[in-house]
Design a protein around this ligand. Sequence first.
Ligand code: FES
Length: 111
Amino acid sequence: MAEHYLCPLNELADNGSRGFDLPEAGMSVFSVRRGEQVYLYRNLCPHIHIPLEWVEHEFLTADSCLIQCANHGALFTIESGQCIAGPCNGQSLLAIEPVIRDGALYAVINA
Ligand code: FES
């Protein structure tokens, strides 16, 4: 397991999302912040295994209540990553363990 630095916590807008490329880990991830809680998922839709976003850093519905795949509209809960509507209904995003330390966000990724 390895920790990958993502960004300072204060760069993450509350109720906002942000994407991160981690070439050293061979993947992209994205975060969603809810107050002091940060959720992290691999940026790969379970439908056909492509990145979810069309616009950089935009992974949420207009009301910021759900994660939305821009490709075919699948909707996922922010808290669990489970798809609740769309072509991959019942499947889930792959959760990545977040670590917040000294005001910065890290992703814990199994090597
Ligand atoms: S690729 Fe995400 S819904 Fe089709």
